[in-house]
Design a protein around this ligand. Structure first.
Ligand code: GRF
Length: 204
């Protein structure tokens, strides 16, 4: 491990339980990184509260605050530049990352999805919809996927996956809880892997 702590931004729209799990792993020194900003399309949410309570600047950045999409994208790129962000962590971010940001952070934007991609991904496959679709398809297992983000929803390179069983009598809600618990274990493990591989490839 190098001494350099990788500079992270987290993008969230909701509870931020994955953000919290990652932040805990960093505090426990399992990941050599630090969160510099929390960016949200919402003015308030669990993730923003958590960031502020933990001394991490939290910024609301929503398209409707800007005159057009280009200005919004520019503002996002500026914020990332000001904080010298190296990796962007999506943790329940309910908006598409602008293409210009994906391009500027190629292979450096990470997302977690509550299913075993490439199944049950794509536009509209978020939140409880995913678990409803898994049950409707009669799957015997589900799980979570950590993947790199590209211009298409849920299609970037898969980093790690972790499975959970679908149990008799599961409802979308019970399955969602089991998958979320698995995400909290998987995301820190996957981020650690990504950063270790990045450091290894940077080594002389
Ligand atoms: C998680 O299920 C994640 O897979 C999806 O959004 C949810 C976020 O939950 N992308 P939280 O805000 O981290 O609690």
């Amino acid at each position: 491990m190098t001494d350099h702590k990788t500079r992270l931004a987290v993008f969230c729209s909701g509870t931020g339980s994955n953000f919290k799990a990652l932040h805990r792993s960093i505090a426990e020194k399992k990941i050599n990184a630090e969160f510099l900003i929390c960016l949200s399309n919402r003015s308030t949410c669990g993730a923003i509260h958590y960031a502020r309570e933990n001394g991490i600047p939290a910024i609301q950045m929503a398209e409707n605050q800007y005159s057009d999409y280009d200005s919004f994208t520019e503002a996002m790129l500026d914020a990332l530049k000001i904080y010298r962000i190296e990796y962007i962590i999506l943790a329940g971010y309910m908006r598409k990352v602008p293409d210009a940001v994906v391009d500027a952070y190629r292979e450096r934007i990470v997302n977690i999805h509550p299913a075993l991609l490439p199944k049950f991904g794509g536009e509209g496959m978020y939140g409880i919809n995913v678990h409803k679709a898994v049950l409707a398809a009669g799957e015997s297992e589900s799980g979570a996927t950590v993947h790199m983000v590209d211009e298409e929803y849920d299609r970037g390179r898969i980093v790690l996956q972790q499975k959970v069983p679908v149990l008799p009598g599961d409802t979308p809600e019970t399955l969602a809880l089991r998958v979320l618990a698995c995400e909290h274990e998987l995301y820190p493990r996957a981020l650690r892997k990504i950063l270790e591989e990045m450091n290894a490839s940077d080594a002389p």
